[in-house]
Design a protein around this ligand. Structure first.
Ligand SMILES: Nc1ncnc2c1ncn2[C@@H]1O[C@H](COP(=O)(O)OP(=O)(O)OP(=O)(O)O)[C@@H](O)[C@H]1O
Length: 504
C-alpha cells in the first residue's frame, strides 16, 4: 500500500491537531515550571543540615524516581475512587496528567538542581558570609543564580523529555497529539501517515521551545559576555562624578581606646587535630600585623576564626571592646554577623562572584545591607575601583581579569563595607610573580592610610617592610611577636632562618 502523501499533508490543517498541540505545550510548560520550583525546594531540603528536612526530601526523590509515570498517571486519575473529594480536580485528565508529571519531574529536577548547587564553590558562600550577608541572602544573590546557570542545559533537556512524556497522558483520555491521531487511524487505518504527522507535530514543538531555551542559555552564558575596557574619555567623564574613596575613618591610636581585636586563649581543633593551642593576641587600631610561619602552623585557621568562618573551641575574641566571638557560639549568629560587617576579608583565591560584573561585585554587599541607593553605591564602587587602579574594567566580568586584577577587585569589595579591620589570607599566593607587586602596592597604601590589618603572608620582605609587628607561628602557637627591627637585630635564630636572614 503506497504512502498517502496527500492525506499526510492534509493532517496539518486539522483544527483538532492544533488544539492538541496547544494542550501539549500548556501541559509540558506548566509541568516544567512547577517541577522546576518544586525540584529546587526538594534539592535545598535534601542539602539541609536538619534530618527533618533532608530525610523526607530524599525519600520523595527516591520514591517518585522509581515509580513509572504510566503507573502514576493511572493511579492519580483513579484516585477519586479512594478520595472522592479529589474527583472535582482529578476527573479532568489535564489536571490529573499535570499532577502526575509534576510529581515525577520534581524528583528528577531536584537531582539536577542539587548538581548545580553542589558545583557552586564553597568559597562563594564564605565570601558572602565575610561580607555579612546571611544564609538566605547568599542563596538568593550568589548561590542560586550560579547553580541555575550550571543546571540550565540539563533543565532544558528535561523540557524536551516532558514534551515527549505527554504522549503517555493519552492513556487517561486527554486529547493530546497521540490520542487525536489514534482516533483518526482507528477510522481510516492510515496508521503510518497519521503517526508520521503526529511525529512532525512533536518535532515542531520540541524544536521551537528547544531553540527558545537555547537562546536563554546563550543569553545567560557569561563566557560569551565580553564588555570592553573603558577608554580614556569615558574614564575622565566618570572620574568627574566620583566621590573621594576615603572609605573609612582612620583609627587614632590614643591611650584608653580599646584594642581593635583582642584574642584570649583561642583553641581550635579539627577533629583530633589541635590546630590553635591557646593564642593570646591584641591588635591596636591602625596596627599592621603580618603572620608568618611554616605550612600547617595554623596561620589561615587563626585568621579564619577572627571573622567567624571557623568556630573556636575555647577562648574569646573581642572587637573594639565588644564581645564578638565566644567558644560554643552558634555559627553566624546575630552578634557575630554584626561584628563581621566591621571586618573585611581577602581570600587567597579571591572568591569574586563570577556572575556579577566587577562594579556589581563591589556594590553587592553595601546594597544588600541598605547602605545607600543604587546610584550612590555604584559611584562609591567606581571610586574604590579607581583607588585600586581598575576603574577601566568596571563593567567586565571576573573571568576577563588577571589574577592580580581580581585580587585588587576583592580588596575593593571588602573596602566597600567600610571595614575597621582588614584580614588578608595569603593574598598573593595564587598569583604569578609578576602580578604580586600591584596587589602588595594596594595593601601598602591601606597601611599608610592607617587601616588595621592582619596579613597572613609568605612574602617575607613585604612583611618586614610594611608591618608594625610580625607574628611567627609554629605548631599552633605564636612563637614570636616582635617588630621587624627586633627580628632583624635580635637573637631569634629560628625565625631569622625561616625568613632567610640567616643561613640554616
Ligand atoms: N577544614 C579543615 N579540616 C581539617 N583540617 C584542617 C582544615 N583546615 C586546616 N586543617 C589543618 O590544620 C592545620 C593548619 O592549617 P592552616 O591552613 O591553618 O595552616 P597554615 O599555617 O595557614 O598553612 P599554609 O601556610 O600551608 O596555608 C593543617 O595541618 C591543616 O591540614
Amino acid at each position: 500500500m503506497p504512502f498517502e502523501w496527500s492525506y499526510f499533508f492534509s493532517l496539518f490543517s486539522i483544527p483538532a491537531f492544533w488544539a492538541a498541540c496547544w494542550t501539549v505545550v500548556k501541559l509540558s510548560s506548566l509541568a516544567w515550571l512547577i517541577g522546576l520550583l518544586l525540584g529546587f525546594a526538594l534539592a535545598s531540603a535534601k542539602q539541609a543540615s536538619s534530618r527533618w528536612l533532608s530525610a523526607p526530601a530524599s525519600l520523595y526523590v527516591w520514591f517518585f524516581r522509581s515509580v513509572p509515570l504510566l503507573v502514576l498517571l493511572i493511579f492519580v486519575y483513579n484516585l477519586p475512587q479512594l478520595v472522592p473529594a479529589s474527583g472535582k480536580l482529578l476527573s479532568n485528565p489535564f489536571y490529573a496528567g499535570l499532577i502526575a508529571l509534576v510529581l515525577t519531574e520534581a524528583a528528577y529536577m531536584a537531582e539536577i538542581h542539587r548538581g548545580g548547587l553542589l558545583s557552586v564553590a564553597k568559597g562563594q558562600r564564605e565570601a558572602a558570609r565575610a561580607l555579612g550577608i546571611g544564609r538566605l541572602g547568599a542563596q538568593r544573590l550568589i548561590v542560586v543564580p550560579q547553580a541555575f546557570r550550571i543546571a540550565l542545559p540539563t533543565l532544558t533537556n528535561e523540557y524536551v523529555t516532558i514534551v515527549k512524556l505527554t504522549s503517555l497522558v493519552s492513556v487517561i483520555s486527554l486529547s493530546e497529539l497521540l490520542l487525536v491521531g489514534q482516533r483518526l487511524y482507528a477510522q481510516n487505518f492510515l496508521v503510518l501517515e497519521t503517526l508520521g504527522a503526529v511525529a512532525v507535530y512533536y518535532v515542531l514543538i520540541v524544536s521551537l521551545f528547544g531553540w527558545g531555551l537555547q537562546y536563554l542559555e546563550r543569553h545567560l552564558d557569561l563566557a560569551r559576555r565580553k564588555p570592553g575596557t573603558l577608554g580614556e574619555e569615558q574614564l575622565a567623564g566618570l572620574r568627574r562624578d566620583l566621590p573621594a574613596a576615603a572609605s573609612r575613618e582612620v583609627q587614632a591610636r590614643t591611650p584608653g581606646t580599646p584594642a581593635a581585636l583582642h584574642l584570649s586563649n583561642i583553641h581550635k581543633h579539627y577533629g583530633n587535630h589541635h590546630v590553635l593551642k591557646g593564642i593570646d593576641l591584641s591588635v591596636q587600631p591602625g596596627e599592621v600585623l603580618s603572620i608568618i610561619g611554616p605550612s600547617g602552623s595554623g596561620k589561615t585557621s587563626l585568621i579564619r576564626t577572627i571573622n567567624g568562618l571557623e568556630s573556636i573551641d575555647e577562648g574569646e575574641i573581642v572587637l573594639f571592646g565588644e564581645s564578638f566571638i565566644q567558644a560554643g557560639d552558634r555559627p553566624d549568629n546575630r552578634r557575630q554577623r554584626a561584628g563581621v560587617r566591621r571586618i573585611g576579608m581577602v581570600f587567597q583565591n579571591f572568591n569574586l562572584f563570577p556572575h556579577r560584573t566587577i562594579a556589581d561585585n563591589v556594590m553587592l554587599a553595601p546594597l544588600h545591607h541598605g547602605l545607600g541607593t543604587r546610584v550612590e553605591l555604584r559611584r562609591q564602587a567606581l571610586a574604590l575601583l579607581d583607588k585600586v587602579g581598575l576603574l577601566a574594567h568596571a563593567d567586565k566580568y571576573p573571568h576577563q581579569l588577571s589574577g592580580g586584577q581580581q585580587q585588587r577587585v576583592a580588596i575593593a569589595r571588602a573596602l566597600a563595607m567600610k571595614p575597621q579591620v582588614m584580614l588578608f589570607d595569603e593574598p598573593t599566593s595564587a598569583l604569578d610573580p609578576e602580578l604580586v607587586g600591584d596587589v602588595l602596592a594596594v595593601i601598602r597604601d591601606l597601611a599608610r592610610e592607617g587601616m588595621t590589618m592582619l596579613i597572613v603572608t609568605h612574602e617575607m620582605d613585604f612583611a618586614l617592610s610594611i608591618s608594625d609587628r610580625v607574628l611567627f607561628m609554629e605548631d599552633g602557637h605564636v612563637q614570636l611577636d616582635a617588630s621587624p627591627a627586633a627580628i632583624r637585630t635580635g637573637d631569634h635564630p629560628r625565625v631569622r632562618r625561616f625568613i632567610g636572614l640567616e643561613n640554616a
